[in-house]
Write a protein that binds this ligand. Sequence first.
Ligand code: ARG
Length: 636
Amino acid sequence: GSPAAAASVAASAAASAMDSPALISAVKELFEEALAAVVPAGIPTQLAMVAPTDQKNAQLGDYQCNNAMALFGMCKKLGADNPFKSPRAVAEAILAALPENELIKKTDIAGPGFINVTLNDSLLATTAARIVTDGVAWLAPTSRKGKKVIIDYSSPNVAKEMHVGHLRSTIIGESLARTYTFCGASVLALNHVGDWGTQFGMLIEHLNDQKAAGKATDDESVSDLTAFYKQAKARFDEEDEFKDRARKRVTTLQGGDKESLRMWQEICDVSRKEFSKVYDRLDVNRLEERGESFYNPFLPETVKELLSIGVAIESDGAVCVFPEGKGPDDENVAPLIVRKSDGGFGYATTDLASIRHRIDVEKGDELVYVTDVGQSLHFQGFFDAAKRAKWWDPEKTRVEHVGFGLVLGEDGKRFRTRSGDTVKLASLLDEAVSRCHDNISQRNEEAYGGKMSKDEVSEAARIMGYGACKYADLKNNRTSNYVFSYDRMLELKGNTAVYLLYAHARVAQILVKAGVADEAGMKVALESADGNIPLNMDKILEDGKAVVHITAPQERALALHIARLPEMLDDTLDGLNPHRICEYLYELANFYSSFYTECRVVGSDQQKSRLLLCESTARVMRKCLDLLGIEALYRL
Ligand code: ARG
């Protein structure tokens, strides 16, 4: 039959036979079977080395298997028992042993022994169609199913301003939480708020004095906690009597004094209100507050155990954990201090208690901590101590510090306001929204003849403004610093949320143009949980079935990219790199754009198949946006 007919043969058998919907895993499985048959006695079992083919070599195939060269190298050591003459001969043997399957259409050997693999179009076509009939969740990778994942993110400090670093932590952590959840994990999102420590002595005393002067906690002088903190600190440094009271207060607070605890709660409440305003704006609502104070009861015991097993030692009155093999007499070592010489516990002690609690009590399979890279040493230090104390077995639990770089101003320096203050998060987001509002209103007049209502313009500006800020942060490799620039993040072209939101809206509008969806449906979609547009299915089904025909290379490239969603997500979680989602989404928009340029949709005799591909693309775009914490727009 014609290639089109061949391509549309249902390949769901092949799809359901795979353990994981990730194409690369399926390819690896096949090659591992082949390798097992080929590897001669005396050589260990080989894992398949399979990688996607570079985009610029796309004509060669979809994946490459690179085992032949390395395996030949090992076989050479067998001397007379080496059954192979060359790496190419190894590649030939691997191909001969490749099990029969419905996944691979064609293979060939290139150069010294690279194996190029081209997948069957039918599998790609079916995958794209099933996203429309079965939903995009059908394509979620299964690698995290049944796993418990604990993600520690945001984690601002009480009575201190939530700064751009906390914003990054919140945005990155939230995206990871969404991605893990989509991939089947049960996620416990923890806000490790800095709500304990010696600073509370002075805060409580200052609050007491303010109250004696007739001020309540909703009074401005108290609710602006940053200013309040500064006042308290100034008094602590200047007034001996106040300093004395503050010190005593720390002791009574840590001793569990009811009145002190109540005042402490009051201060935390003020901060909590401020934090939750930011979370509401950012649509972050799975985060559970479990601050440092939660671990307070476990601290003495934590130190005692470390001492008794010899992981910690006393040094200059403090209790310290030195790096393995190092001690107090070594130079240039920074020990982890788990109890200060005054008997107080600190950040490290709390985190030792937290990792233990998350492994033993919460039974986390993966623990993730999202903070700036500046804290790497702290994390390395307590991870290492926990390992030596046998509280953490790296074989059983994955524990990762997800570090990120700084946010810089356009001058390349730390992001600050003109007056040198830290930038208030609320005003930063407001500014992005207001700029989007101007852009969208203008466009509404120019391109839409004022079709969008005032409310619609405001809503679109909100979505775009927040989306732009989040995307500008997430699209970078997280460990690098990035420059915060409204102009750049709001560019219409290039890798920005604005471009992607427009791209999605254009796809949605094609469905309207074809009469598969209408404007009322777009409103329904905006309000629904999955964002799906109600479709007139009669207009896209062929004999009641959703069928995608692959007839043009641009259709194939688009369908292949869609089918790669699961392997991209596995990659994202393996490296804890949300920028992978951004990269994928941007490429998706570009593949779509080539498809749309080359393949006529509305009015062609492939209309149904191509509309399906459009809707499939739109769904994957929306899912990616959602994983980044960005809402979709349907018209702009
Ligand atoms: N409160 C800390 C800060 O603002 C971040 C806490 C991160 N989480 C942790 N378990 N250490 O820098």
